[in-house]
Every structure is written in structure tokens, then in C-alpha cells.
Ligand binder design. Structure first.
Ligand SMILES: Cc1cc2nc3c(=O)[nH]c(=O)nc-3n(C[C@H](O)[C@H](O)[C@H](O)COP(=O)(O)O)c2cc1C
Length: 452
């Protein structure tokens, strides 16, 4: 997991309404209608579709560390989500061939029933501190590691493999390098290529079904590691961040879009806002496809509402380029209110879709002139069954896949329970789940009625 602050409780922040004067008076249905009138079916900005044709509606499932794995993504897609982003993956974890890479490795998922063709288009998100590491990790992602681990590491560490890689099972941020241990990731059997990995000579190694884009995380509020910036802390050092963006953009084949996720500033000082603008402009200037702006500061983490006015100002600053928005998108109305208020090309749906894939179906409903409906108990049961099965399949390589899946699914169950009329009791029932039988037991007890 790349960005650990996210999974340590801050996501429990109760839903808030973004600060945006008058946004709550906007009629979501009318905004959706306006988008379809302007852009045609789906309501997506054609500049975005020109880059990723299947990204055909103005919203996507955000990276959500600890949540947005293949199972959650596939459930979202089955409900109409046009694009998903992986959680932030640390460049070092990727280069070490760690669990992060396995999780995001489409080929691996393909072999395990879920994922594969259903899990596209997928944006891979990376986070880190060194331009060369970030560039090599990004290339490894889009090439799906085809050159062999050693070649990417050689590109990242020109002066030789660093000590941390040889000696440590745990990386400086505490991330585990794969549960099988370090030895399985050492370069034995690597098919290192005799080419300069960061300057592919015209020959594309990007497989047909790879990541549709690479997103660079300049937003995560986790503290610096070893005095090195990463994530949102780069907003205090825009020149360093620009080096990273440039290195990644340069390393990837031109047909792979590079996008950026940023907080609206590090804090509310004018100096930090200047830094933000410097980075925002530089990202577009060097050819990044779009920036998603989260309307909270890094310092704010998840405390307090998001602000949509700064996002609106940024859209006006770059009318020639798509900008996406994030922050306080809790339900389908907020997707379209954010778009209507700020003018963004689309909204990133984050906490609003945990245990709520129906937000995507409802958004499609609005775009297609239908009245959005809440999920019936039967629909909820169907999704709960599918989600567990998908999670179990993608956890097949764990020592105790069912136990692991049972435990990791509790947090989803708790959020799904919010749709149930007896939510409190259902939530308690999900908390005790250890196995698929337990999960099915909750479904039999609470989701047996058919109200469809
Ligand atoms: C549990 C959790 C994990 C997150 N993980 C990531 C991540 O890996 N990458 C990322 O860009 N943003 C991540 N975010 C931030 C969200 O994508 C989003 O920007 C933020 O939650 C604001 O949107 P919201 O208020 O609608 O939830 C995470 C947020 C939460 C709550």
C-alpha cells in the first residue's frame, strides 16, 4: 500500500458539503442534460476521449489505498464506471517487484478469473521521491515488466542497486516487499535487455492491455520519509516535483498519457499557492494530459470540507486543457454539481463510492435521462456476493485466502450496510466476518428478502 495515512482512520470523516456558494442549488439532472447536449452521449469532453476512448463519461473511481483493488474496480465497472485508478504505488515497491506490482499487474489478475478484459481502462498511480526511480517504475508499469526486473532497476539506480534494496524486507515507509520475501524478487532469471531502458528506441514494449495512463501522486499527505518529499509534500518543492514529472513524461512512450493528482495547495499561505500554480502550469506545459485537483490542502488531510472555488479558478486558468476535480463527491448529485459549479471535465469519486457502486449507475441514469434509483435489497445482495468472490479470486496467492478476504471485506460490508434499512445491525454482523460462510450467513440473515 502506497499512502498509509489513508487507511489509518481518516476516511471515517463524516460526509461534508464542499465550500462552494450556490453549488447545492444546482440541479444535477440539468447539468447532466447540458453535458450531453454539449458533448453528445455520455457527456464526456472529447479532448479526454481522444486520449482514452473508453473513458466515455465525466467521472471516475479514484485511487483509494486499501480499497480500490481489482475487486472493487470491477464491481464499479459493472455499474457503469468508465475508468479506475489504482491506489498510489510506491516507486520503490514497484521496482522491487513487490505486492504492489502484483496487485496492479493485469496479466496476473487475468489468470485468476477476475480482472483481465473487464478491468480497463485502468490508470496506474505512482508516488515517490527520486525522478529516476519514478521514471523506471512508471515504465515498468506500462510495459508490464517485460524487460525483466533487473533492467528497470538498472535504469533507476545507475550507480548500482542501493543497500536498502539488498538488505531490507521493509522499505523506509514501512511497506512490505511482497509476502514471499525478498529472495523471490532478486534478479535471478531476469532477462535484462541490452537496451537503455529509459530511452526505448522507437520500439514499443507496451502490451495491448496495459495501463491506459500513469498518474503521478502529488497529493498524499503522509509525512516525508528520510527527509525526502513525496506525494503532497512535493508542493513545498515545486522544482523537485517538476524534475519528477519531466523524468516520467520523458521515459514513457508518447502515446501513454501522464496525469497528475494534486492537492489545491500545501497550506493556505500565498507562498504555497504560488508553488501550486508553478507546478500546475508546468504539468500542462510539459504535456501532461490533465491534472486532478483535490480541493483540500495537504495540511488539511481530510479534516473539514473541500473547496470548489479554487478548482473553478483553475479551470478558468486553463480553458484549453481538461482539469478534473476531487473532494466531497458523496453522491450522484455532487458529481454533477461539482462539474456544473467548477466546469471540470469530470469528477473523481472517492469515499462516495466505497460500498456504493450504484453511484456510477445513477450517474449513467442521469446522463441518459432516467431517474436514478437506490439499490434494492436483491441488488445489494448480488453485489455483496460478487464482491466477495472477486476479492477471494484475486487473493488466491495468500496463505489463507478466505480468512484474509473475510477480514479485508469487513470494511466494505460496513459501508454497504449504509444502504440497508437495518444498517446498524447489519454493520455489526459484517464486523464478525472471518470466512465466505460467515459472509454468506450475513447475506442470508439480512439480504434474503426480495424487494425488487
Ligand atoms: C481511504 C482513502 C484512500 C485514498 N487513497 C488514495 C490514493 O491511493 N491515491 C490518490 O490519489 N488519492 C487517494 N485518496 C484521496 C481520494 O482519491 C480523494 O482525493 C479524497 O478522498 C477526496 O475526495 P472525497 O472527499 O470525495 O473522498 C484516498 C482517500 C481515502 C479516504
Amino acid at each position: 500500500m502506497g499512502c498509509q495515512v489513508y487507511s489509518t482512520g481518516n476516511n471515517a470523516t463524516p460526509p461534508s458539503v464542499a465550500i462552494a456558494d450556490g453549488a447545492q442549488d444546482l440541479d444535477a439532472r440539468k447539468v447532466a442534460e447540458g453535458l450531453v447536449e454539449r458533448f453528445g452521449a455520455g457527456g464526456m469532453d472529447p479532448r479526454v476521449r481522444a486520449l482514452i476512448p473508453d473513458f466515455d463519461a465525466p467521472f471516475y473511481q479514484a485511487g483509494l489505498a486499501g480499497y480500490s483493488d481489482a475487486a472493487m474496480r470491477i464491481i464499479a465497472r459493472r455499474h457503469g464506471c468508465p475508468l479506475c485508478v489504482t491506489e498510489a504505488l510506491l516507486d520503490r515497491t514497484l521496482l522491487a517487484g513487490g505486492r504492489g506490482f502484483a496487485k496492479a499487474d493485469l496479466g496476473d489478475i487475468d489468470g485468476n478469473i477476475p480482472g483481465g478484459d473487464e478491468d480497463h481502462p485502468l490508470v496506474g498511480q505512482i508516488m515517490g521521491s527520486e525522478p529516476q526511480e519514478m521514471a523506471a517504475a512508471a515504465l515498468k508499469m506500462v510495459e508490464q515488466g517485460q524487460r525483466g526486473d533487473k533492467a528497470y532497476r538498472k535504469a533507476a539506480y545507475k550507480d548500482g542497486t542501493p543497500d536498502w534494496f539488498r538488505e531490507k524486507l521493509r522499505l523506509p515507509g514501512g511497506e512490505q516487499i511482497g509476502k514471499k520475501g525478498l529472495t523471490s524478487h532478486l534478479p535471478q532469471g531476469d532477462k535484462a535487455l541490452d537496451v537503455e531502458p529509459l530511452a526505448p528506441s522507437g520500439q514499443s514494449l507496451v502490451p495491448h492491455r496495459s495501463f491506459a495512463a500513469i498518474d503521478i501522486n502529488l497529493a498524499c499527505p503522509v509525512k516525508k520519509i528520510s527527509k525526502k518529499a513525496r506525494g503532497g509534500h512535493w508542493l513545498t518543492d515545486p522544482e523537485g516535483a517538476i524534475e519528477i514529472l519531466e523524468a516520467v513524461r520523458e521515459a514513457l512512450p508518447p502515446e501513454i498519457p501522464v496525469t497528475v493528482k494534486m492537492r489545491r495547495s500545501f497550506d493556505d499561505t500565498p507562498e504555497m499557492y504560488e508553488n501550486f500554480l508553478r507546478l500546475f502550469d508546468a504539468a500542462y506545459g510539459m504535456g501532461c494530459a490533465w491534472v486532478t485537483v483535490h480541493g483540500r490542502t495537504v495540511e488539511q488531510k481530510y479534516v473539514g470540507p473541500s473547496r470548489w472555488d479554487p478548482i473553478k479558478e483553475l479551470v478558468q486558468r486553463r480553458p484549453d486543457q481538461p482539469v478534473f476535480g476531487s473532494g466531497d463527491v458523496w453522491d450522484v448529485d455532487q458529481i454533477f454539481r461539482m462539474i456544473g459549479y467548477t466546469g471540470v471535465a469530470g469528477a473523481s469519486v472517492a469515499r462516495g463510492c466505497i460500498g456504493n457502486p450504484w453511484i456510477f449507475r445513477q450517474a449513467r441514469d442521469l446522463l441518459e435521462g432516467r431517474l436514478p434509483k437506490a439499490p434494492t435489497i436483491a441488488e445489494q445482495r448480488e453485489v455483496l456476493e460478487q464482491h466477495f468472490e472477486l476479492a477471494l479470486a484475486s487473493n488466491a496467492d495468500y496463505r489463507q485466502p478466505e480468512k484474509h478476504t473475510g477480514r479485508t471485506m469487513r470494511k466494505f460490508g460496513i459501508r454497504f450496510a449504509e444502504h440497508h434499512p437495518q444498517g446498524d445491525e447489519v454493520r455489526k454482523a459484517f464486523i464478525g466476518v472471518e470466512s465466505m460462510d460467515d459472509w454468506r450467513g450475513v447475506l442470508d440473515n439480512w439480504y434474503a428478502g426480495n424487494d425488487a
